[in-house]
Design a binder for this molecule. Structure first.
Ligand code: AR6
Length: 360
């Protein structure tokens, strides 16, 4: 800290203000412009008030990584360039730094910078609760700076039956419910939605398959939070933050293990997985949820039987709770699962027959 302050003071005393501002603008134009604007709006008195408040901030030992310090110190130089010249400038350099910190914190466009400063999702030493709270309070724009690769809800199409996917319906057509269904083929960890379900194991401490992908994407804090949950029984669901993932939450569930044939017990357990995940989502006011094909990988549930349980449970849940959910996404990873869902979705989410007059 002392080094940074003296470095700044030296830079200030040597500065030709105009030159510095322009070089700073090249490096972080929006930050510097915001701070400069803010500085211009200060009266001499409010500048001094800011400076003393800034001292307090310095005393409270705010920690900035080197790159952020550089940005802040550059910004503070541009702030100082608008103040009186002479030896007092060097002294103001140190204090001005604090003023710039405050200006930074008070400038909406720079809010993201301070939020990012305190988020280190890749270190197992980070406090998971604090990071979870911080992430929860961030808006989407700022959270997008945390994860890079994502698929927004708008890009996930609502399911519509194609010509060759009609089959005899198990339920009555309901266009309102149909609009809440998507079939997405790809990696569930990329979805920028409220919650993704995880096909976990009873320890909740990670594993292979989709569970492994979710833990890798979320980072070590997910495991830390999971370790506080005392595991999870088959068919139950437990929710955590999603940390480095684009989703806001992960709902972990444990599917049944099928050794030979699927019995009533396994079928009921798989049904419980889907039901409890949806119930956990709606209880927490989460409106968009994606499911992988729970139990159909390592746990050996035959996919052609699992699809019936998944679709039936979601259909029944939506009938009772349609106003609480905007979208349920069946996220398939394998081509064979995609084909299964394409075939069977029409049974549980059939299209209303169009009147004969509409058919050309
Ligand atoms: N996105 C979406 N679906 C995926 C992804 C992904 N990134 N990766 C795999 N799948 P599995 P299970 C699909 O084995 O059968 C773990 O070790 C995959 O193609 O992940 O419930 C846990 O820790 C398949 O369709 O889950 C447990 O020990 C589906 O996800 C155990 O496996 C589920 O396959 C749970 O076994």
């Amino acid at each position: 800290m002392a080094f940074q302050v003296s470095k700044l003071a030296t830079r200030v005393s040597l500065s030709n203000s105009v030159g510095l501002i322009s070089s700073a603008e090249n490096r972080c134009p929006s930050h510097v412009k915001s701070v400069s604007k803010f500085a211009q709006s200060l009266t001499e008195r409010s500048f001094h008030t800011l400076c003393s408040a800034g001292k307090g901030l310095l005393r409270s030992q705010m920690v900035f990584p080197k790159t952020q310090w550089e940005k802040v110190s550059t910004a503070s130089i541009s702030l100082l360039s608008l103040k009186p010249r002479g030896s007092i400038r060097v002294a103001l350099g140190a204090v001005g730094l604090s003023a710039a910190v405050i200006a930074t914190l008070h400038t909406g466009t720079l809010l993201a910078m301070s939020e990012r400063t305190h988020l280190n999702l890749h270190s197992p030493n980070t406090d998971w609760k604090e990071s979870k709270n911080q992430l929860c309070s961030m808006d989407r724009e700022n959270r997008r700076k945390v994860y890079k690769d994502y698929i927004p809800l708008e890009k996930i199409l609502v399911w519509t039956p194609s010509g060759d996917s009609f089959c005899s319906p198990h339920c009555k057509p309901n266009e309102e419910l149909n609009k809440k269904i998507s079939l997405f083929c790809g990696d569930i960890t990329k979805l920028e939605i409220d919650a993704i379900a995880n096909a976990a194991n009873k320890t909740l401490l990670g594993g292979g398959g989709v569970d492994g992908a979710i833990h890798r994407g979320a980072g070590p804090l997910l495991r830390k939070e999971c370790a506080t949950l005392n595991g999870c029984e088959t068919g139950e669901a437990k929710m955590t933050g999603a940390y480095g993932l684009p989703a806001r939450y992960v709902i972990h569930t444990v599917g049944p293990i099928v050794k030979d044939l699927v019995g009533k017990r396994e079928e009921q357990a798989l049904r419980n997985c889907y039901y409890n995940c949806l119930h956990t989502a709606t209880k927490n006011h989460l409106r968009t949820v994606a499911f992988p094909c729970i139990s159909t990988g390592v746990y050996g549930y035959p996919p052609d039987q699992a699809v019936e349980v998944a679709l039936k449970t979601v259909r029944e849940y939506l009938e009772e709770n349609h106003e609480k959910l905007d979208r349920v996404i069946f996220c398939v990873f394998l081509k064979s699962d995609k084909e299964l869902y394409e075939k069977r979705l029409s049974a549980y989410f059939p299209q209303a027959c169009r009147p004969v007059s509409d058919i050309s």
